[in-house]
Design a protein around this ligand. Sequence first.
Ligand SMILES: [Mg+2]
Length: 214
Amino acid sequence: MTNLAPRLSDLGLAGDRPLLLIDVDEVLGLFMKGFGDFVAAHGLEFRMERFALFQNIYRPGETTHLPLEQGQPLFDDFFATACHQIEPAQGAPEALARLSRHAEILILSNAPKPAEGLRRQWLAAHGMDYPLVLNSGPKGPIAQGLIAQAKGPFAFVDDLISNLDSVSDHAPHVATFQHVADTRLRSFAPASDRHPRHDDWQSLGDALEAAVRV
Ligand SMILES: [Mg+2]
């Protein structure tokens, strides 16, 4: 997949309003919990022991994680068949509904392409029926292409510092915020002084509203 940004007008988004770019996994939805439940249904254990994915998958009773190459098929299968079963992050749908009065909202997810239909369905089912764009790799290039089409102000939310840094590097005037939805994950998640962190959506919603108020 290239990082060519789609046209905002094709997504039904206005270029003359503030624009919010919002991640899904661990921002709008509890991915780790959902993936953990999926892994458990395959007779494996997901242990929340570090800010990682495949290194947290174990066979029951074992102390060494599953070989990493065995995690990828589970991950792909989860996104192709079960990613619509994750729980929404507490307060996220309400916060987006409130923010949508002041700003355009675009959901920017690094889910693999086969997840697109189920991810759209999941967003709609939880009252978050905003345009969805799938990306792969760092989010800076696509964010740069998206915001070039609009007036701003702009803000971006992700759980991963790598994506937040990428957006700041490519589009320095985008306000960046970190959010880690899963309470069990918060103590493991790396943070950065570059990106204010708000782990509850009430506080994040307030910060986003302040960042894009015109
Ligand atoms: Mg994420």
